[in-house]
Design a protein around this ligand. Structure first.
Ligand code: HEM
Length: 480
């Protein structure tokens, strides 16, 4: 008798032979009665689930947020309740366009998703490694993503589609400038910053609201790859991020980020020259300086990538008392889109999966459906609707968010009217040292070269408007 555990069917029955199928005679065909073979093949057929429609390639790990500074005057969120407080979390980083098997070191924006398992429920901050985004109206998000994915006929990525869309969408210029700069290919997630990107809100125990932006500053320093370095890296390994992040954590070199916030008093939103809820804009740090909050550390690899990273479901709709949304149109759409995606990709009760399950008590009245493997936890089987007379869970008015001030007539307002898409992109360009400017020109030329000239000309006009030296540099790199 071996001291290893006995292999069983998924129903728990011991298996006598996992080498030979059940056949009629040594040379004979397999019997339908071989349910062990059928179970094995059937399971294999179901090993894949749909990959994420965007951000399919990802790398993740678990860790903690440790609060180092008191921000309780802005938010009543308990995870920020006291200095020294630790909250467990899951982080998942990703590229946007590539499929699950894509190479890691590609030029792309990186996702920076965090799930904080707080005592008042999960707070998900589903951001990127850039503070801004390509579009400001969610109606344009699916169109934008189509330009990043494969062309329907060639089944290849299409620089023509990307630059056609960008040149017709001047609000993309700020993000395009970041993407084409050195920051467009970090060496690995350890060496990049993270941003909540949108404007969210904080509210405190007195019911006061503040607008807030979240920042995570890498403590490993910024390390990026040039196009040539990325080509060489991909030539050797398509999995450089997984190797780097997983390896560092296994070696106990735990990556860290400084968590900071920018805070804007509620009424300032009416005074800023830019719309503070526009996702294509940053808030100047001179006006709204970074305020330290804590340290985020990743210190544990997942034991099972599929169960804990692939099945992780992040959603901007997951907030906790003390944290709220803002009028940002993009954020509003994302509040819908993610939970909808998870119900399709993972199934109805995806939040009961161990990696998504809150670490605090959960009491809801959602009933049946796929993955209903958890018990009713209302304390009484008769309390399965609300209101009830059987001691079931009830609402708690003390966690009501203060009113979000909104006004305006319903209409489809042109989001480009009166919007300055050039000043902030130009400011970023002017900030870059000379060698970085040269690489920016080269990276753009490498990407846009070969695209129809009319599209190039339209895009050059945007660079010119941001800064004449920007357009001139790209023209020179293109040999124009
Ligand atoms: C993933 C929709 C804008 C960051 C996703 C997914 C969807 C989606 C459907 C796949 C979710 C899944 O299957 O798990 C949208 C829509 C947007 C939008 C409709 C705009 C209207 C943004 C913006 C950011 C962002 C502005 C960053 C600031 C991410 C990240 C992921 C993701 C990081 C991967 C989440 C993970 O790690 O699992 N998005 N997105 N998205 N999105 Fe967005």
């Amino acid at each position: 008798m071996s001291d290893k555990p006995v292999m069983t069917t998924s129903a728990g029955a011991p298996i006598s032979d996992n080498q030979n199928s059940l056949t009629a005679g040594a040379r004979g065909p397999v019997l339908m009665q071989d349910y062990q073979l059928i179970e094995k093949l059937a399971h294999q057929n179901r090993e894949r689930i749909p990959e994420r429609v965007v951000h399919a390639k990802g790398w993740g790990a678990f860790g903690t947020l440790t609060v180092t500074h008191d921000i309780s005057r802005y938010t009543r969120a308990k995870l920020f309740g006291e200095i020294g407080k630790q909250t467990p979390l899951l982080a998942r980083f990703s590229t946007v366009a590539g499929e699950q098997g894509a190479a890691d070191a590609e030029r792309d924006v990186r996702g920076f998703s965090l799930k904080f398992y707080t005592e008042e429920g999960n707070w998900d901050l589903v951001g990127n490694n850039t503070p801004v985004f390509f579009v400001r109206d969610p109606l344009k998000f699916p169109d934008f993503i189509h330009t990043q994915k494969r062309h329907p006929r060639t089944n290849l990525r299409s620089p023509t589609a990307a630059w056609d869309f960008w040149s017709l969408s001047p609000e993309s210029l700020h993000q395009v400038t970041i993407l084409m700069s050195d920051r467009g290919i970090p060496v690995s997630p350890r060496f990049m910053d993270g941003f909540g990107s949108h404007t969210f809100s904080f509210w405190n125990n007195d019911g006061e609201r503040f607008w807030v932006k979240f920042h995570f500053k890498t403590q490993q320093g910024h390390k990026t790859l040039t196009n040539a370095e990325a080509d060489a890296a991909i030539g050797k390994s398509r999995e450089t991020y997984q190797e780097d992040l997983f390896g560092a954590i296994e070696r106990q070199e735990f990556p860290r980020w400084r968590m900071c916030v920018q805070i804007m008093p509620e009424l300032d939103a009416d005074k800023t020259a830019y719309n503070p809820f526009d996702l294509t804009k940053v808030w100047p740090h001179g006006e709204y300086p970074l305020i330290d909050v804590g340290v985020l550390e990743l210190n544990r690899n997942a034991d099972n990538y599929f169960a804990e990273i692939e099945q992780a479901a992040f959603s901007p709709s997951n907030i906790v008392p003390g944290i709220g949304f803002s009028p940002d149109k993009m954020l509003q759409a994302r509040i819908f889109a993610y939970a909808d995606a998870h119900r399709y990709r993972l199934g109805t009760h995806y939040e009961a999966l161990p990696v998504n399950a809150p670490k605090c008590p959960v009491h809801h009245y959602h009933k049946d459906g796929a993955m209903r493997f958890f018990r009713n936890d209302t304390g009484n089987p008769d309390a399965y609707y609300e209101p009830n007379s059987f001691g079931g869970p009830t609402q708690d008015p003390s966690v009501a968010e203060p009113p979000l001030r909104l006004s305006g007539d319903a209409a489809r307002y042109n989001h480009r009217d009166g919007n300055d898409d050039y000043t902030q992109a130009g400011n970023l360009f002017r900030l870059l040292p000379d060698d970085q400017k040269q690489r920016l020109f080269q990276n753009i030329a490498a990407s846009i070269g070969g695209v129809p000239q009319a599209i190039i000309d339209r895009q050059l006009a945007h660079f010119d408007k941001a800064d004449p030296a920007y357009g001139a540099g790209v023209r020179k790199a293109l040999g124009l």
